[in-house]
Structure formats: structure tokens, C-alpha cells
Design a binder for this molecule. Structure first.
Ligand code: UD1
Length: 431
């Protein structure tokens, strides 16, 4: 299993190009199931999760081709290009199997599109978990309100709507990015009007809606908690540029903030990052945004304590929580993080403590007391954002850190070592 070795303590200097957003590209790829016409995405990132989604869609019958022959990369036996053309004109299988869905929760996003276009779908419950413990209840309840008949059979959601879905007034009793995406996609082909209240406002949903509108969908209100979708009989072809990855950009911001240096991010989604930029400034990081795609980060590595509460957009994102925890490790005071989105998202804490961090956990609250320095250690990545927090801490530590199980990093960070090495970091991948 691959690991990464980092010897930190060196300020980072240079330029990093931000890739297309994983969390935008995954639902966008599922949207291809809504049409029999060619569906083109540009700015697709090279990531393990994109490979997984490619495998899932191909086994449904989606044909994939790449128009940018010069910019291809093979991962996990699948060749990816930055420009993907998806052709869902010949769907022969409406089952999303456990072997694929268990690897990636976003696989459930095929449910809405398959059901809306074909009137049937069979999708494994994600993560091998029961609905109660890792729920998709909001997705299922909304589809039932739209006329779907849903049963659970041997770990699979079996959804049927032989006469098609119909519009409905839907209120989500909590904000869910995935449920909003699934139901917006399903509603584009439903008969009549669907209104979603307490919908997620994340920038990736705005990107999805813009793509669906390009296909001919009639949707209003993206970026607000109320989305109105007037169903249309069919959707057509589209050419859509995947938005830039705000979490990748925020992660590099945290690297420079803690290690110190002067790095410019290009192709960054500055407007989608405001809550993160605000907290970084409060922590003492100097930021310049000469335009909407460029973010210059300057830091001496001496940061102030800050308090963070993760909440749905436009508040501080849970996907940046672990990175900001790393930024809190070396301050001269006490910082706090309250995680309100996921109940078990502090798995990086024991690993950071192996590097000398002083963190106390009280249920959903983490209290981080700054220490004068960290030490190198062998640490284990436990999930995607947890693993980048270990890399951020390691980049500020002059000793050797080895991060194991970095397949988690490969799910969400494209060419991480190359991007950081180009800024002077001593980081290598080892077998
Ligand atoms: C997406 C992101 C993930 C991010 C998360 C929250 C993708 C591919 N993933 O995940 O990176 O961390 O949003 O910003 O875009 N919930 C329910 N019932 C449901 C659905 C969700 O109770 O039916 C709960 C979840 O357990 C969680 C909370 O709602 O506690 C938010 O989850 P959700 O917004 O759905 O996250 P994902 O869409 O899975």
C-alpha cells in the first residue's frame, strides 16, 4: 500500500493550479443518465472517486470517451481525460451494485436519474450501513412523495415508478447536499412542478443546476434554500465546465498558512470560499484576491487561535474542518471546533496527537491548545479530509512524517505530491 513521506519546516513558494471539483463532478456525471444525447464535461479531475463513478456508470451501459487524447491518465485500469463525453443512450442495467456503492457514498446519486428516466432503479445501500446509521432517508422519502414505490430488499433500494414521477412539495427536515442533488435531478423529468424547501445551497449544487439548465431543465432558485423545478419531457445535449474545487483550494491555503510561505492559487473558486477565507484571515493569514479565480496566500506560519462551527453552506464547511484543526496546532492559545454535520468526524485527532498535538474531545467539540512544535511520526490516514490534515501538520514539522493508507488522499487530491513539490515541499510517495 502506498504511503507518503514528508519532511517539513520549509516555507512553500510558488503557484498551484486548482483542479475541477470532485464533489461537483460526481453528481454531474450522474446527470448524464438523464439524457440519451451526448453529455460533455470539461475540467474533470483525475481522482480515484472519478474512476469509481466511471466504473459504476459503465456497468449501467454509459459509454465514455475522451476528446482530449493528449491529456489522458490511467488510474485503476480506467483511462480518464479532462474532457469526458458520456453517452447514456443505451442503458441496459439499472442496478448499482454493492461492490461499487460501498466504496463511494456518492454512488446513490444514480438513483434519482435512473428512476426519473426509466421508472425503475435498484441501488445498494451505501457503505454497507443500515439506513438508520448512515441514512439516505431524505432521498427516499422525497422520491416517495414524487410517486415512487420504494422497498428494501437484501441490502438494496428497489425503486419503481412505472408511470413516471410527479412533482411534489418537499420539505427536507435537515440540509442534505446529496438529497438535494438526487431530487433536483429526478424532478427535472417529473410531470409537473416540484418545490424543494430547506434545500442545500452549496456551490456544487449551483454548478449542477447550471448544467441541468443547459440540458433544457426548467429550474429556479439555485444557491437558495428554495428550489423550484418544472418538469420537462426530455433533456438534451450539454457541454459543461466543472467548477473548481473549493476544498482542494482551501486545503492548499491551510498548507501555506501553517508551513509559512507565499503561494498563488490559480483557477480557484474564490467566491465559493468566502467562509474559509474569512476564518483564515482571522487566524492571521494574509490573502489577496486580485480576481475571482486567483488567491495569493502569504503566511509567516505564526497563526492566531480561532473558533469554528461547521454548518451547511454558506457557513464554514465540514470538509475544511480537519485542515483548520491542523492550522490550530501551533498557535499560542486555545481554539475550538464544533462539528455539527457529522457525528464522527474527528478521526484525525488521535493521529495528530501522535505528532504532539494537544487536543481534547468532548462529543462534537474539539478543544485545540497550541503547542510550540510538532514531532514527526508514522501516522495513518483514516478518511479523505483527515489525511490531508496529517499532511498539513507534517509540512510544518522539520522531522520525518510517514502517512500510511494514502489511498484516502487519492480519492480527492489530484497530483498532490507534484503540486506541493513544485512549491518546494519535500514530499515523496513510497511503495
Ligand atoms: C456531501 C459531500 C461531502 C460533505 C457533505 C456535507 C459529495 C460527494 N459529498 O456529502 O464531502 O462532507 O456533503 O457538506 O458532495 N443525512 C441524513 N439523511 C439523509 C441524508 C443525509 O440524515 O437522507 C445526514 C448525514 O448523515 C449528515 C448530514 O445529513 O449528517 C449531511 O449529509 P449530506 O449533506 O447528505 O452529505 P453528502 O451529500 O453525503
Amino acid at each position: 500500500m502506498d504511503k507518503i513521506r514528508i519532511i517539513g519546516g520549509v516555507p512553500l513558494e510558488g503557484t498551484i493550479r486548482i483542479s475541477g471539483a470532485k464533489n461537483a463532478a460526481l453528481p454531474l456525471m450522474c446527470a448524464a443518465l438523464l439524457t440519451e444525447k451526448p453529455f460533455t464535461l470539461t475540467n474533470v479531475p483525475y481522482l480515484a472517486d472519478i474512476v469509481t463513478m466511471t466504473k459504476l456508470l459503465m456497468q449501467h451501459g454509459v459509454e465514455m470517451s475522451m476528446t482530449d487524447a493528449h491529456a489522458r491518465q490511467t488510474m485503476g485500469g480506467i483511462t480518464l481525460g479532462r474532457t469526458l463525453v458520456l453517452d447514456a443512450s443505451n442503458i441496459f442495467n439499472k442496478t448499482a451494485p454493492y461492490e461499487i456503492v460501498r466504496k463511494m457514498r456518492a454512488s446513490v446519486l444514480v438513483l434519482g436519474p435512473l428512476l426519473a428516466r426509466f421508472g425503475e432503479a435498484r441501488v445498494s445501500l451505501p457503505g454497507g450501513c443500515a439506513i438508520g446509521t448512515r441514512p439516505i432517508d431524505l432521498h427516499l422519502k422525497a422520491l416517495e412523495q414524487m410517486g415512487a414505490d420504494i422497498e428494501l430488499d437484501q441490502g438494496y433500494i428497489v425503486a419503481k415508478a412505472p408511470k413516471g414521477l410527479h412533482g411534489a412539495e418537499i420539505y427536507f427536515n435537515m440540509v442534505s447536499v446529496g438529497a438535494t442533488e438526487n431530487i433536483v435531478m429526478a424532478a427535472t423529468l417529473a410531470q409537473g412542478t416540484t418545490v424543494l424547501r430547506n434545500a442545500a445551497c452549496e456551490p456544487e449544487i449551483v454548478d449542477l443546476v447550471q448544467c441541468l439548465r443547459g440540458m433544457g431543465a426548467n429550474i429556479h432558485g439555485e444557491g437558495t434554500p428554495t428550489l423550484t423545478i418544472h418538469g420537462v419531457p426530455t433533456l438534451g445535449s450539454v457541454f459543461h465546465h466543472v467548477m473548481a474545487d473549493r476544498i482542494e483550494a482551501g486545503s492548499f491555503l491551510a498548507c501555506v498558512a501553517l508551513a509559512g510561505g507565499d503561494v498563488t492559487l490559480t483557477h480557484a473558486p474564490v467566491d465559493a470560499m468566502l467562509p474559509v477565507l474569512e476564518k483564515a484571515r482571522e487566524a492571521g493569514v494574509v490573502l489577496h484576491t486580485p480576481n475571482h479565480q486567483t488567491l495569493r496566500i502569504t503566511s509567516q506560519g505564526k497563526l492566531e487561535p480561532v473558533d469554528i462551527i461547521t454548518q451547511p453552506h454558506p457557513a464554514f464547511p465540514t470538509d475544511m474542518q480537519a485542515q483548520f484543526m491542523a492550522m490550530m496546532l501551533l498557535t499560542s492559545g486555545t481554539s475550538t471546533i464544533t462539528e455539527t454535520i457529522f457525528e464522527n468526524r474527528f478521526m484525525h485527532v488521535p493521529e495528530l496527537m501522535r505528532m504532539g498535538a494537544n487536543i481534547q474531545l468532548k462529543d462534537r467539540l474539539a478543544i485545540v491548545k497550541g503547542v510550540p512544535k510538532l514531532n514527526g511520526a508514522e501516522v495513518m490516514a483514516t478518511d479523505l479530509r483527515a489525511s490531508i490534515s496529517l499532511a498539513i501538520a507534517a509540512l510544518a514539522t522539520p522531522e520525518e512524517t510517514v502517512i500510511h493508507r494514502i489511498y484516502h488522499l487519492d480519492r480527492g487530491y489530484e497530483n498532490l505530491e507534484a503540486k506541493l513539490s513544485a512549491c518546494g515541499a519535500d514530499i515523496v510517495r513510497m511503495k
